[in-house]
Every structure is written in C-alpha cells, then in structure tokens.
Design a protein. Structure first.
Length: 127
C-alpha cells in the first residue's frame, strides 16, 4: 500500500486537494463531488495533526485544528454552496445529506451546520 512519511508531502497533498476541491473554477463535477477525495482529504488532515502531536508540536497541531473549523472557512463555505446548488435538484434527501457531509470534509462541523445548509438549499430550491 502507498505510504507517506514526509510531512512536507502531506502539506502538499492537503494544499492540492484544497485548491482542487474548493478554489479551482474549472473542475469536473465528479472530482469536486468525489466522496473518495473528501475522505482522503480528511485523513490527510488527521495525519498532519497526528504528526505534530507525535513530534511534540502541540501548537502546530492546534493551528491545524483551528484551520479545520468549518465556521472559519468563508471561501470554502461559498464554494461548497455553489457546488451543491448545481446538483441539489437531482438528489434524494439521503443523497443531499451525504453530499453536504462530503463537501464539508476535511472541516469539522456540527449537525447544526449540516442541517442548516440542507434547509437553506431546500428553501432556495423551492423559492
């Protein structure tokens, strides 16, 4: 199995996934909405935090935890909304929840964040 043991490689992967998933404007919908990439992105962040904890760098680990807090991610929040709006009408209620949770990865969010976004998008779709 492929393994990464260099923190700089993890940083590069994390940055690349953030750019592709949230900042690039010409990304295939299947890439942007990929649950596999969402889970991979989440695992990369968890590995970065674990590396800093294991290396005796709790401040760096905490900085990454702060970076992950969904409420601080304004640009990504807007990108997530834009993407979900583009597919919302095609999704069943279960698929909507799964899509929202996936798009919020690798960020830490609450159930209120998830249900709030679902309600917001449902309201827009019926307006």
């Amino acid at each position: 199995m492929f393994e990464i043991d260099d923190i700089d490689e993890l940083y590069a992967l994390q940055k690349g996934l953030t750019e592709i998933r949230f900042k690039a404007s010409d990304v295939d919908w299947a890439v942007q909405g990929s649950p596999i990439l969402g889970r991979l992105h989440e695992r990369i962040l968890e590995s970065i935090i674990a590396h800093h904890e294991a290396s005796g760098e709790p401040r760096k680990a905490e900085e990454w935890r702060k970076w992950r807090r969904f409420e601080t991610r304004e640009f990504e929040w807007a990108s997530i909304r834009r993407y979900l709006r583009s597919i919302w009408s095609e999704l069943s209620p279960d698929e909507k929840r799964a899509a929202v949770v996936n798009q919020m990865r690798p960020f830490t969010c609450t159930e209120n964040d998830v249900s709030g976004l679902i309600s917001e998008l449902d309201s827009e779709a019926t307006a």
